[in-house]
Write a protein of this length. Structure first.
Length: 115
């Protein structure tokens, strides 16, 4: 895992999280996340529900402790098992194209912080 950059960036309006980070967190690549969108970035937490391809009708958004929380079934690229944060969440965090985020991996969660 020494070859990981520990950062991701906004590309084509979305953020791709490589499978290596998901594996390090212990989150199954087939599970969904609860995403907290805050002023510093994102926090993805294992929800323990089977994931399917992202669909705008398959998420809920609520406010919690001043952060927007979006629970949705993760969009999975089945070729390389990356997870994708769709543009609707990137837009709500007011991130720009090419902006980099630092990756922190914990047990059952992944945090993305503005660099």
């Amino acid at each position: 895992m020494d070859n990981l950059s520990w950062e991701v960036s906004v590309e084509n309006g979305q953020i791709e999280i490589p499978a290596a980070y998901v594996e390090l967190s212990g989150i199954s690549s087939a599970l969904s996340f609860s995403i907290k969108v805050g002023s510093k970035g994102f926090r993805l937490v294992d929800e323990g529900h089977e994931g399917i391809h992202f669909d705008e009708d398959q998420f809920e958004i609520r406010e919690s402790d001043g952060a927007t929380v979006a629970k949705y079934l993760t969009k999975i690229n089945h070729c390389d098992r990356t997870h994708i944060i769709p543009s609707m969440f990137v837009d709500s965090a007011e991130l720009e194209e090419g902006q980099k985020l630092e990756v922190k991996v914990g047990k059952g969660n992944i945090k993305l912080f503005r660099s």
